[in-house]
Design a binder for this molecule. Structure first.
Ligand code: NAD
Length: 511
């Protein structure tokens, strides 16, 4: 499809000459971001105009382009994050599933529908539909640089919005790849990238976008919300987590151990919905610790193709992870897998340490007997570390799970009481007898409560998140008694009061 637009998505990137992947150029991020938003606003009118069916067709083409080039994209993700190729392919596959769902369900979820009337408003016929905000700014993290931002991008596009996307400064080429792929499939700059760090994110918050979808740390979410408050720009905030996996006395212990190890250690623990804490009923605690030890001690972090875990992508996170583990061990925790001491002695890591340097690796750690109140119990660790704690019963498990500022995800393993315990965990999403299952179900809303943020991506809620409800009430006939004019007299007020009493007043047979 040809395009009349002179400015291409890549032209509004704030990367300086070196092309996508280079660090942000010194200069005027605000101007570059403003240019991208202006271009997006121009093309949004066309995108909204082609309707649900037109967008579905083009989003399907985009999905096919991603699938056809899956290995190429996975290689870029691997280069930038260090994660194993298979894990990169998995996150791309899940993102594609979501894109397909959003494209297919947007019309039914957002399209105009009739809304019932009431006796007092019988003269009105009403409809509601969900209209695109316009241009959505999306700020993404690096840990799942495809899956996470696509939860906002795909759903916002399906709703008829244009998107200006700022990928993490650690994964700019992945972000640019997605934009280039969209360009190949659609031929018009409806999705654009702006590259750079916090200053570019800040500029996007101030750029006049109609809504901002942010995914990243809770600390940055607070800054984003404060900045957006200045212009009353609505925000969706997907923050950090400290998810717990709860194991009841009747659980399949082997399955729970495998889930804890995968949920806690895959992607080297750099997963917002990763398992950071395991809370096990005392009746199965010892058996579970043995099973987790057996599973986790088989895994190895490395930069080679056979490694189970990749490196720590964010250089400064290495010291945070080591620090939390060392502090817990100094306060009495025991490592049943891993050796915190050797990590302590590992070489210093700076932002100049290449991702292929062994200093960026942390081998899996499983801690038991962590003292209550230790940082590792309440703060996000974001590394390949799991703590396993003993609880008396499921009441205590729920109380401990909920005693953190976060409320993102979690899991419950129980043969009889899974859903019941899950409902008591104060988090946006809980898996029962599996781990992170909710993330792969496109129909399920994804998001947190408390320090994990607010708003939802995925599912019908995710589609509505990027649109506003437009209500229309049309008068079908002149009502015999009208309450909304100045001609109203005491007789009409009396009729209204009688009608109210009949409809909503206490019945004679009610006490
Ligand atoms: P981060 O907060 O450091 O950065 C996230 C993004 O915000 C980056 O693109 C960054 O450039 C940008 N940014 C930084 N300062 C900004 C500012 N002042 N204004 C605007 N933008 C700014 O997070 P990260 O290290 O990239 O990602 C890891 C965090 O993300 C973890 O806490 C993880 O739990 C969280 N996360 C949450 C989800 C979720 O769905 N809830 C998903 C993935 C990651």
């Amino acid at each position: 499809m040809s395009t009349e637009y002179a400015v291409r998505p890549a032209d509004v990137s704030v990367t300086d000459g070196g092309g996508p992947g280079e660090p942000a150029a010194a200069g005027e991020p605000r101007e570059h971001v403003a240019a991208a938003v202006a271009l997006a606003r121009e093309t949004q009118a066309w995108w909204a105009g082609i309707g649900f069916a037109g967008r579905r067709h083009l989003l399907d083409r985009w999905r096919q382009d991603i699938v056809e080039h899956l290995d190429e994209l996975a290689a870029v993700v691997r280069q930038e994050t260090g994660k194993p190729h298979g894990d990169a392919a998995l996150e791309i596959g899940l993102a594609v599933e979501h894109l397909a769902w959003a494209a297919r369900h947007a019309g039914r979820t957002l399209g105009r529908r009739r809304v019932g009337s009431t006796l007092l408003a019988a003269h009105l016929a009403a409809t509601v539909e969900y209209l695109p905000f316009g241009v959505i700014g999306v700020i993404g993290p690096w840990n799942y640089p495809v899956f996470t931002p696509m939860g906002s991008i795909g759903y916002a596009l399906a709703g008829g919005n244009a998107v200006v996307f700022k990928p993490s400064e650690l994964t700019p080429r992945t972000g640019q790849w997605l934009v280039d792929s969209f360009e190949r499939a659609v031929g018009r700059p409806v999705l654009l990238a702006v590259q750079g760090g916090p200053e570019v994110g800040d500029a996007l918050c101030r750029s006049g976008v109609d809504k901002l979808g942010f995914t990243g740390s809770t600390r940055t979410a607070q800054k984003v919300m404060a900045t957006c408050a200045e212009t009353l720009t609505p925000v969706l905030l997907e923050g950090g987590g400290k998810d717990a996996l709860i194991v009841d006395e009747d659980a399949d212990v082997r399955a729970a151990a495998q889930a804890a190890v995968w949920g806690g250690l895959s992607n080297a623990g750099q997963t917002c919905i990763g398992v950071e804490r395991v809370l096990a009923h005392e009746a199965v605690y010892d058996e579970l610790v043995d099973a987790i030890r057996e599973e986790a001690s088989r895994l190895r972090a490395g930069t080679d193709d056979e490694a189970d875990l990749g490196p720590i992508t964010l250089p400064k996170q290495v010291a945070i992870i080591r620090g939390q583990v060392a502090e817990a061990v100094a306060a009495g925790a025991r490592a049943v897998v891993g050796s915190p001491t050797s990590d302590e002695e590992a070489a210093e890591v700076s932002e100049h340490t290449p991702i292929s340097d062994p200093a960026r690796l942390i081998q899996p750690v499983v801690l038991v007997d962590t003292p209550t109140g230790a940082r590792i119990q309440v703060e996000e660790t974001f590394g390949p570390v799991i703590t396993v704690d003993r609880v008396r019963d499921m009441d205590e498990a729920v109380a401990v799970a909920n005693a953190v500022p976060y409320g993102l995800g979690g899991a419950v393993f129980s043969r009889r009481r899974g859903p019941e315990i899950a409902r008591r965990v104060r988090s946006g999403m809980t898996s029962v007898n599996n781990v992170v299952g909710f993330a792969g179900l496109p129909a399920l809303p994804f998001g947190g409560v408390g320090g994990s943020g607010f708003g939802r991506i995925h599912g019908e809620d995710g589609l509505r998140e990027f649109c506003y409800a437009k209500s229309v009430a049309r008068q079908r006939f002149t009502p015999p008694v009208s309450m909304t004019n100045f001609e109203r007299r005491a007789r009409v007020d009396g009729i209204f009061k009688t009608a109210l009493t009949v409809l909503h007043g206490r019945r004679p047979w009610q006490a």
